[in-house]
Design a protein around this ligand. Sequence first.
Ligand SMILES: Cc1cc2nc3c(=O)[nH]c(=O)nc-3n(C[C@H](O)[C@H](O)[C@H](O)COP(=O)(O)O)c2cc1C
Length: 464
Amino acid sequence: MKTTVRKTGVLLFCLLLPLCLMLGGCAAETPSTAADTTAAATADTTVDAPAPASEILLQIGRPTLLADGVEKAIDSEGTAPRIIGGRTLLPVRAVVEAMGGTVDWNGTRREVTLRCGETELKLYIDRTDVYRNGEKTVLDTAPIILGGRTMLPIRAIAESFGFTVEWAPETQTVTLKREQAAVPGAKEIRLTVGDRAFAVEPADTAAAKNLIALLSAGDIPLDLSDYGGFEKVGDLPAALPADDVQTTTAPGDVVLYQGDKIVVFYGENTWSYTRLGRIKDVTADDLKAVLGTGDVTAVLSAKDLPAPAGKTSAVVFFSCTNNTRSLAEKIAAAADADLLEILPREPYTAADLNYNGDCRANREQNDESARPAIASEFENIDAYDTIYLGYPIWWGTMPKIINTFLETYDLSGKTVIPFCTSGSSGISQSVRAIRAYLPQVKDGMRGTASTPESDILAFVENNK
Ligand SMILES: Cc1cc2nc3c(=O)[nH]c(=O)nc-3n(C[C@H](O)[C@H](O)[C@H](O)COP(=O)(O)O)c2cc1C
């Protein structure tokens, strides 16, 4: 890490961060109680990997939920959602699993950890502080233990996991819908093998739609094994809704097998599958040559297709731990803009971001020539007049992948409005760096995942 160029914000960040971590750690140390044992038992039920649902319906007083129309018990005790302090609370395991997430309970800390996609939420019994990927926000209703059941506020959880929440007072129904905002217009699936990226036209099946929804949370690396001399098969990270029918495949077909495996065909077979899509513009020989003869690694990603006509603004963002994503989503809503994500070809792991050591992010920031590759492609970027460009601050400035973006796309005639999230550093150093590419760039805004809506509206208004 370079020590010469750190600015005040970076120093503040370095000083404050360990303190925040210390405080966060201390706060989580609450003594265990008898209630925890019951709650732990409640939280430890194991169920099969669920298919991520797009719509989940809950009703006050009703002990079941509907996940994409399929009825499931909320828990084994017949517990129903209740309104407490003006919020709907319920045992959330079944809901989170229906979303494709997981639930863990730590009785000593009275801590519930929920994970869905790349988002981790930590909530505590009888406490209103909640940690979203380590960043603290405050709930208006604390989780509680009621009759031995751990009851959590569903709105805050669902919104953190990218679901919209609708309340219908006449039927006392809560509808959670997976937000499609991160997927403007249509998406195409992309299968990358080595240097070769294949465009996969999605099939019109629930499985393909759910795969795209999964991919909007991040790329999926695949270990594909060769089978039968006609296909490559690999595990998906979550089951998808299967609607298997007897299918004769052709080279280029991509299908779901046994609910949680993806199969890419370079030859033919007849079996019971659910279609996921079809690789476009490829011959059997070409495919066979790229996929090779043995096992192979590949990456699945989602690629934006041209934006629907009419939108003139886009929010283009890069985010590793979802703070910038959260701000980007709010800016896109306020500005009526499309949301486009800069996905790194090689996703950043937690170790890659551990800036206390010699991590990948630090090495890139210290290397003037580093230009991490971008997996996403924004073929329609010319259609936008205004680009909001969002990123986290890394060592006082923007991550090097933003340089890659600025050197890949010509934004010269456009209004470019930067925004960032950070521990404490401001945006100005990164704006100077962007100005070297684009003299017209605006001064931008530093925010956080919880920047108030009023500030966001003012930011959008002031930059019109
Ligand atoms: C490698 C690295 C360097 C960072 N450097 C700074 C910094 O200089 N100043 C700061 O305030 N925050 C710094 N942060 C914290 C991030 O800017 C902050 O957590 C940001 O909100 C993360 O955004 P994301 O969740 O969208 O990835 C750094 C984080 C990482 C991983």
